[in-house]
Design a binder for this molecule. Structure first.
Ligand SMILES: [Zn+2]
Length: 343
């Protein structure tokens, strides 16, 4: 295994304009905020799903049902795991991965900072696994630990909700700050990084902010397979985490980069769900671009956020794409919010 090769740097544009009111993470307020509701839905769904292993060939295995899609790739000396699932299912995940690859995990990569990608980080880190992430994802994982600790120190545990709670166990443990800090990536890259296993070349790419400001797309070059993480959740609207720097324009830009690097044979793995192909990613891109143009036009005509939502610019796409965690209305409000911040 050769790594890491790191290139380039990323600059994050700061948003100056706010059109919608700023969000606060309070329990009382969580039901009003679509991203908190979306995360609650994702967490509930994961609790009910069985963990399913799919062999992809060339010693690659896909595990679905435990939050974000997890992939393991093994060679004679190492096992690289992409995403660590939900915190409360990590022993089940670790056991299932071991059953598939018959070796312990040596390296873990998080494709974004959300709890359904990083829940098992502390567990794997406690076994000496090296954790790699894009630099902004590393920063956000580290910041989340700090903010939860601060909230507890203020003796006000009810002020954080489901978004922060996956880390609460670390804070409740009296073993201290050292424990709370475990699971934070120790290797970070800005734009790309390549890892060569004996049987597979992996390239991790960050094409700028999209779903968050730290998304990673993983190309399995030898197997002609690509994992998009939450940039492409499958046949549904994506969640755009505007608070984490996300934007629809960024999602489209990343999808375009993946489309141009793919061919008809490329297997495309969405953030959740089965293996898809380039044609499905192209359909998804067409939907995104259509909705983007409609909302842009309404904004330019001077319509307010409420007027745009009332105009239902996603309505003819909703039956096909609105069946996931993000409804057409929530998707519209997230796009307006990111556009209002100039992204
Ligand atoms: Zn995510």
């Amino acid at each position: 295994m050769r790594f890491p090769r790191s290139v380039g740097s990323l600059s994050v544009a700061l948003a100056l304009v706010t059109m919608l009111s700023p969000r606060a993470w309070s329990e009382e307020g969580s039901s009003k905020y679509p991203d908190a509701v979306m995360m609650q839905k994702a967490a509930a769904k994961s609790q009910q799903s069985a963990l399913v292993t799919t062999a992809l060939g060339n010693n690659l295995y896909l595990f679905s049902g435990d939050g974000a899609t997890v992939i393991a790739v093994a060679d004679d000396n190492s096992v690289l795991l992409i995403n660590s699932g939900m915190a409360d299912r990590v022993t089940e995940l670790a056991h299932t991965v071991y059953e598939a690859v018959q070796r312990p995990v040596t390296t873990l990569v998080n494709t974004d900072w959300h709890f359904d990608h990083t829940g098992g980080n502390q567990y794997f880190s406690s076994f000496g696994v090296t954790i790699i992430a894009q630099a902004n994802t590393k920063k956000r994982i580290a910041a989340e630990h700090k903010s939860v600790r601060k909230t507890y120190a203020a003796n006000n545990p009810s002020s954080f909700n489901v978004v922060a709670s996956p880390w609460a166990a670390a804070v409740e443990n009296p073993a201290s700050e050292r424990y709370a800090l475990r699971g934070i990536p120790t290797v970070a890259f800005d734009e790309s990084m390549t890892i060569n296993l004996d049987n597979e070349e992996l390239i991790f790419c960050h094409y700028g902010a999209g779903h968050t400001d730290g998304d990673t797309v993983v190309f399995f070059q030898t197997s002609n397979l690509v994992l998009l993480g939450d940039i492409f959740p499958g046949h549904e609207y994506p969640w755009i985490d505007v608070r984490s720097g996300g934007s629809l324009a960024g999602v489209i830009q990343t999808v375009d980069r993946v489309l141009s690097a793919s061919n008809e044979q490329t297997r495309i793995i969405p953030g959740q769900g089965p293996v898809l192909h380039k044609a499905e990613l192209q359909d998804y891109r067409n939907m995104l671009v259509n909705i983007q143009a409609r909302i842009q036009e309404l904004l330019e005509s001077g319509a307010s956020a409420d007027q745009i939502i009332a105009a239902a610019p996603t309505s003819d796409f909703d039956s096909e794409w609105g069946g996931g965690d993000v409804s057409g209305q929530v998707f519209t409000s997230l796009i307006i919010e990111s556009m209002a911040q100039g992204r």
